[in-house]
Design a protein around this ligand. Structure first.
Ligand code: ATP
Length: 308
């Protein structure tokens, strides 16, 4: 696996409070990597460090394989665009003029890229309207366009969907997916909105109290999300005897619903098998653990330190 961005045992303290504890991240080239954690978990701090806005107390990181103490790290940072906390937007300028300022800041030789960028983020029809009059979603999209000015290979976005309405969330999501697909931009995105993150990310890092408790690809995550089949039956005691006999893992919930945990259980076979024992299944449904419950289990099982 080729990693475009890695951190190695990064620690960071503010006074006596240690907010990052041996954070090691591995972001594959071309990934959309979702950094998931509750408020105060340390997401912004690690992003600030990777972007060169803050120094770690110990540990290191590498961008395109170049270590942070290497003299050419600044050349590598030019290939990284970031929005950390609020995007730096001039409220009295139009979207076009905001991008012009950024092009000048980066010393770009022309403004050719601006029209394409405005299209990429869906702000091509905003004309002379000043950014101060933009909706929150438009401001976020302008911020992303500013971060994209230098045609970065890596985009770092700290909670870009925070506070957006459902339509704004969909627009940002589609834009990021498109950027990743068409330009191959690697994206590191943080959020505490797990469900939303699961619609864009293909790799995840779970952070809790400054510690990475798990890194996992979407593919492996999907395999480890527990699948269950819930049934309601005419005779619960007989059903338990049957399930115990088969060595199946199950839980009895409220209203005597039985949840059976098995990936390869075929509902119709189960109904037939139970019928053979004189048990009628009156209701059956299949469920899959959500990202949210997976995350909550990770935190509670490992007290923020363990694995699944
Ligand atoms: P949020 O989603 O709320 O932004 P986060 O996961 O991004 O949370 P950080 O902003 O990285 O978390 O903060 C991690 C911890 O570090 C928090 O307890 C925060 O209060 C603390 N912290 C962050 N910046 C500073 C600072 N400049 N001085 C002191 N403490 C800080």
């Amino acid at each position: 696996m080729e990693y475009i961005l890695t951190t190695d045992n990064i620690c960071k303290s503010y006074g006596k409070a240690q907010v990052l504890k041996d954070v090691s991240l591995h972001i594959p080239k071309g990934a959309i990597y979702g950094l998931i954690g509750k408020n105060g978990a340390g997401k912004t701090t690690i992003m600030r460090i990777i972007s060169g806005l803050q120094r770690p107390n110990s540990g290191s990181y590498a961008v395109f394989g170049v270590q942070n103490d290497d003299i050419i790290i600044n050349n590598m940072r030019r290939r990284v665009g970031a929005i950390i906390e609020n995007p730096a937007i001039y409220k009295d300028l139009s979207a076009y003029d905001n991008l012009k300022v950024q092009c000048m800041n980066l010393g770009l030789p022309s403004y050719e890229i601006i029209d394409e960028l405005l299209k990429t983020v869906g702000l091509e029809n905003t004309g002379k309207k000043t950014a101060g009059k933009f909706s929150l979603g438009m401001k976020q999209r302008l911020g992303i366009a500013i971060a994209l000015c230098g045609s970065p290979d890596i985009l770092i976005l700290d909670e870009p969907i925070n506070g957006l309405d459902p339509q704004g969330i969909i627009e940002i999501r589609e834009m990021l997916l498109d950027l990743n697909k068409t330009k191959g931009t690697t994206i590191l995105i943080s959020s505490h909105l797990l469900d939303e993150l699961s619609r864009v990310a293909d790799n995840y890092g779970f952070i809790e109290n400054g510690k990475i408790i798990k890194e996992i690809s979407k593919e492996d995550l999907e395999k480890s999300l527990r699948k269950s089949t819930s049934i309601k039956v005419s005779d619960i005691d007989k059903t338990i005897t049957f399930l115990d006999g088969k060595g199946l893992e199950y839980e009895i919930g409220k209203d005597n619903d039985i949840s059976i945990f098995a990936d390869d259980l075929i509902p119709s076979d189960l109904v037939v098998d139970l019928a053979g024992k004189g048990i009628t299944v009156t209701n059956i449904s299949q469920n899959e653990e959500t990202l949210e419950s997976y995350f909550m289990n990770l935190i509670s099982d490992g007290k923020g330190e363990g694995n699944v």
